[in-house]
Ligand binder design. Structure first.
Ligand SMILES: *Cc1c(COP(=O)(O)O)cnc(C)c1O
Length: 358
């Protein structure tokens, strides 16, 4: 019997969000970013559902790319973190994985020979996590020619540090740095845009955009929710009400006695907690919903359950499904109550929660 605490995945909403990304990308193509198990939605299901619309996928590492092949999908897969060992390059070549090479040590691996895969070069335009600095590019390009793998290079990749903040000037500065750095090689492809970049008016997305969170309906923009940006929620996280009771004024609920009833309150316990990936930092007043009606959490989230105030849902009974996030309560809202972002909540749903798609 499947557990009634579930993450229901709306694959139609996922496809619609991909189409929104593609429209916003204009003349750029959109590689679907499905790393971290499809942002927690299940990489095989997500990649399969996008197979007829997405010409390319992107993941962090080679193990994730292998999961796409295991699902029977043949599209090229970009490895955003490149490869972690010399031997992976041959696997990439064989499997049509396109690593993003970002450091000198990876060029050494290329030089060691073997069959080179198609690949990309990461340019560090200010994020300062990975990549070659613009002034290093000419030497890197010369070295690739010398190794004899220049023809395998698809193009250049960079990543924005502040694209979620419409007020930041950093995205424009990074874009300018990127354009100048790559100008000597106009025949090569360019890719810079994460989800947030799709919502910055006038932002060039060049040849390939890389939408991630927006495919799953999460907001990439500070201060806006996914639905406000025209995105559809994909995951509904749901768990049953396992008991209801009335607590009297003055009684507390849960660990630490953190919430104390001001008046007699009908409350319920829901079968989900931080052991399922529901954020422990979501405190009293974090929204949830029963049957489309908003209710609120009370007290501390436990490992396997959490408490809700049922004042707003007087007819709620044991067995009723409670929506923790989904169409009534946005994942962005819960994230902000927990002091985090939807990315962390979606990728944090643990393997104890079965994913069912429809
Ligand atoms: C994860 C990632 C993306 C997608 O970012 P979103 O904000 O989820 O759209 C794009 N590019 C790189 C390099 C990434 O690591």
């Amino acid at each position: 019997m499947p557990r009634s605490t579930t993450a229901r995945i709306d694959l139609n909403a996922l496809r619609n969000n991909y189409c929104t990304a593609r429209e916003r990308a204009g003349s750029a193509k959109a590689m679907a970013v499905v790393k971290a198990d499809g942002y927690g939605h299940g990489i095989a299901q997500v990649a399969s559902a996008l197979a007829d619309v997405a010409p390319k996928y992107a993941v962090a590492c080679i193990e994730e790319a292998a999961a796409i092949r295991a699902a029977g999908l043949a599209q090229p897969v970009v490895l955003l973190q490149g490869v972690h060992a010399a031997g992976d390059l041959a696997d990439c070549a064989q499997q049509n994985f396109e690593p993003v090479l970002h450091g000198e040590h990876q060029l050494n691996w290329l030089e060691q020979g073997g069959h080179a895969p198609d690949f990309w070069l990461k340019v560090n335009t200010g994020m300062n996590r990975l990549g070659f600095r613009p002034n290093e590019l000419p030497a890197v390009m010369a070295r690739l020619e010398k190794i004899g793998v220049g023809g395998r290079l698809h193009g250049f990749v960079s990543h924005f540090a502040c694209a979620d903040d419409a007020e930041s000037t950093m995205t424009a500065a990074q874009t300018a740095t990127f354009e100048t750095a790559t100008a000597p090689w106009p025949q090569l492809l360019k890719s810079v845009g994460n989800s947030a970049a799709h919502f910055i008016s006038g932002q060039p997305l060049f040849d390939w955009s890389r939408p991630g969170i927006m495919l799953y309906g999460g907001s990439p923009v500070v201060g806006k929710t996914g639905p406000e940006l025209g995105l559809e929620p994909v995951m509904t996280l749901e768990a049953p009400l396992i008991t209801t009771r009335v607590v009297s004024a003055g009684e507390s609920v849960g660990y630490g006695g953190a919430w104390v009833a001001q008046r007699d309150t009908r409350m319920g316990m829901v079968a989900i907690g931080y052991g399922d990936g529901y954020p422990r930092h979501a405190g009293t007043d974090t929204p949830a919903a029963i049957d489309g009606r908003r209710i609120r959490l009370i007290g501390r989230v436990s490992m396997d359950m959490l408490a809700v105030d049922l004042s707003n849902a007087p007819e709620a009974r044991e067995g009723d499904p409670v929506e923790l996030w989904g169409r009534t309560v946005g994942v962005d809202e819960v994230a902000s109550c927990a002091g985090t972002i939807s990315y962390e909540l979606l990728t944090g749903v643990t393997s104890r929660v079965p994913r069912t798609s429809f």
